[in-house]
Unconditional design. Sequence first.
Length: 536
Amino acid sequence: MSMDKIVSLCKRRGFLFQSSEIYGGLNGFWDYGPLGVELKRNLKDTWWRDMVTGHDDLTAPAGAPQAYQMVGLDCSIIMHPQVWKCSGHYDLFHDFMVDCRESKKRYRYDQVVGRWVESKGQKVFVTVMPETDDPATEIEPRALKFFNLRAKQADQLVYHGSHASLATISDMATVLAPDAKQLGTLTPPREFNLMFKTIVGAMGTEEDAAFLRPETAQGIFVNFKNVVDSSRVKVPFGIAQIGKSFRNEITPRNFTFRSREFEQMEIEFFCSPESSNEWYRYWRDRRYQWYLSLGLSPERLRMREHDAAEIAHYSCGTADIEYAFPFLPAGEFGELEGVAHRADFDLRSHQEGKLVKKDGALVVETGTDGKPRHKGSGKKMDYLDQETNRKYIPHVIEPSAGADRATLAFLCEAYREDMAPNDKGEQEARVLLKLHPRLAPFKAAIFPLFNKDGMPEVAQKLYLKLKKRFNVFFDDGGSVGKRYRRQDEAGTPYCLTIDHTTLQDQTVTIRDRDTLVQRRISLDAVLPELEKLIEG
Ligand code: ATP
């Protein structure tokens, strides 16, 4: 499915707009329109309900070692700067970037792809723009132009090796930058911290510097003791949080996939060290199934265990849940959620100070003076198991999802084009969003067939009754066929039409977006029927 069509539907129907569009937009920032805000809110509510408030804490779920509790939290975006020093974000949360002196563009070092091409006795690493779908088709024309050759002289180009990341190249003088005509216009790679810096208070000195959180997780860790002491939870239990995070991404791209302001849905699940591997597998599988249960297809969704080289220094296991977004080249997947076994790394860091791995063990990092490089809070982060009287720092499993990436995945999956009968009964092309009813912005639309004979009154009464329970839409404009088409594009799963028969026998037609089947049900049965269809 072409991404252009999805992007244009999002704009046309009010799912997503570029932030500050009237001023030309701001790269990496997005606004959700009237339909988009409902879709994203439904996604977050569904996650919260399934993971937190609706979670059955009395029975062990399939695959889980035992029953467990879940509670929620909502922390501030700006936290004490020491949080980020101990978490490692202050020192380690970097990407490398390169600047092009000719085009004035900035690229993420690892995202620029190119290939060695030789001609006329010169060997050049020819690169293409990071968002290029198929580098192979763009490298040749760039190389021909650079070597001053015509298309029919392509046999004078000799390729060496296959495509590679710019990060594999040591000599920038041999690189033809993505949007440059001359050679060697890229600066050497420079480190760039992804955290947004701000100033707290009026003094404006460096001591008042603070950061917008780059993840919601740390707010959970620093409140671990508060939650244990105030809510009577017992290990194993999880704390969930949904909220905004900020990362000054060097190259925001692919619609909302990589934004600078985005929302995360994170769980920190605390368990005993002995049971942690079992819990890791449980959460990994549970989270994968969650996306399937809401309609992502198994062909486009995969779970990928990280190999040893990719795993963060503190982690004992990490898996990414990934989706084959249509903007990615065929066969490539983009991360929706990471599920990580983080051991006791985070709680210990906030107790003792920033940790590093030394000889296979996590130890507090010290400076040249032998003192901790970033001092912890000194507060005990351990947990007393009342039954066994054992004190320990719990291990943590972290399923960390992005609300914007998930919303985008569900939009991409839902987009369909098919044929459906129009008002005259002829087959006509239609666009529909086959969203799961729990996610759909409107659950139903109510149409009076004609604006006369008492139909609008019956329709309005039904509309107001349903509105108390669900987000529903009232539409009395244009032919019924056109009204159906508008709802199909918005992803509304059911349409209810009030017609002449309604006035005689108090029944309405209910039309299913996906099957197009229409049936009559009584007016009184509409609410329970929708409850059954939407909530199962
Ligand atoms: P990536 O490698 O794609 O940058 P990440 O591994 O840094 O992602 P995490 O730190 O694990 O991401 O964050 C957890 C989740 O938060 C991701 O799976 C993703 O859904 C979401 N997320 C992270 N960065 C962004 C972003 N820039 N824009 C939108 N969502 C994001």
